[in-house]
Design a binder for this molecule. Structure first.
Ligand code: GUE
Length: 279
């Protein structure tokens, strides 16, 4: 029995269209400022995609590029200016930042009301307390994919593989808020395969190419692959060995075309939420 493939591209396109329609009813264009420091090639691709999606949704979007040699003080000064700019509703500083810049200091400097990544401690705390405001885009996109696929987290055994601040931890908080029974597994987890096999919803967010094997998946389980790993041949693979897992799972997301497009669609939605709260 082959798994149903959850089409993230299609779900993201529908969400982008919905966001664009809502934005068109506003008396202003929601403003998104994306800051890119340095020339990391993957980051340049993502930032270009974000800008294109924002423009297509009718947003006022600007990408501000700083050289890799920029100091933390220069970046903080830019953020202070964007915090004050009334036309800017959302600020995203692309990660990772060059060595020598403390990402936590940068995240703390962003006005939490404009923190469309949901990484500021105020927004992290709001999510942890069950009163979310701006929620990290990738885990938010995963929740929307589950809903679109008709998978209900309530009462289900969900396993989050990975504990990063940008995916694993907020993912676990969102699944808990949706009444799943949540386990967080990571590199120190004893018998990872057995933990994964217990899951009815398995979220892979470890950043290790094809780590989750077919026999780690419970028959009929839903597998969401957050990983984006570049192969030597230049292709993209997830954290899940797709063909093996798809032969066992009930539903699965592909890479590319799964979670990635949802991250960008949710960034637009967060910008709209931030704008509506501010204006
Ligand atoms: N402050 C910050 N916020 C982020 O949200 C953030 C970040 N920094 N740094 C990098 C990661 C990565 N990320 C992706 C966004 C879209 C796709 C995406 O659209 N992927 C497509 C195609 C990918 C491709 O072809 O390269 C897909 O999976 O189908 C992937 C990854 C956002 N990130």
């Amino acid at each position: 029995m082959a798994a149903r493939v959850i089409d993230g591209k299609a779900v993201a396109a529908a969400l982008r269209a919905e966001v664009a329609a809502r934005a068109a009813t506003l008396p202003y264009a929601p403003g998104l400022a994306v800051v890119l420091v340095g020339e990391d090639p993957a980051s340049q691709v993502y930032v270009r995609n974000k800008e294109r999606a924002a423009k297509a949704a009718g947003f006022a979007s600007e990408t501000i590029r700083l050289p890799a040699s920029a100091s933390q003080a220069e970046l903080l000064a830019l953020i202070a200016r964007l915090n004050r700019d009334p036309a800017v509703d959302g600020i995203l500083v692309q990660l990772p930042l060059p060595a020598g810049i403390d990402p936590q200091a940068v995240i703390r400097a962003i006005d939490p009301a404009k923190d469309v990544d949901g990484f500021h401690p105020d927004n992290v705390a709001a999510l942890a307390l069950g009163t979310p405001f701006l929620v990290p885009c990738t885990p938010r996109g995963v929740m929307k994919l589950l809903a679109a696929a008709g998978i209900a987290p309530r009462g289900a055994r969900a396993l989050v593989l990975g504990r990063s601040n940008i995916v694993g931890r907020p993912m676990a908080a969102l699944l808990l808020a949706a009444d799943a029974t949540v386990t967080i597994a990571h590199s120190r987890t004893r018998d990872l395969a057995a933990e994964c096999r217990r899951a009815e919803i398995l979220i892979a967010a470890v950043g290790r190419a094809e780590m989750v094997k077919g026999d780690w998946v419970s028959p009929g389980a839903t597998v969401i692959d957050v990983g984006i790993n570049r192969t030597a041949a230049g292709g993209l693979v997830g954290d899940v060995a797709y063909a093996e897992a798809a032969a066992v799972a009930g539903a699965i997301t592909p890479v590319p075309g799964g979670v990635g497009p949802m991250t960008i669609a949710c960034l637009l939605e967060n910008t709209l939420i931030a704008a509506a709260a501010r204006r």
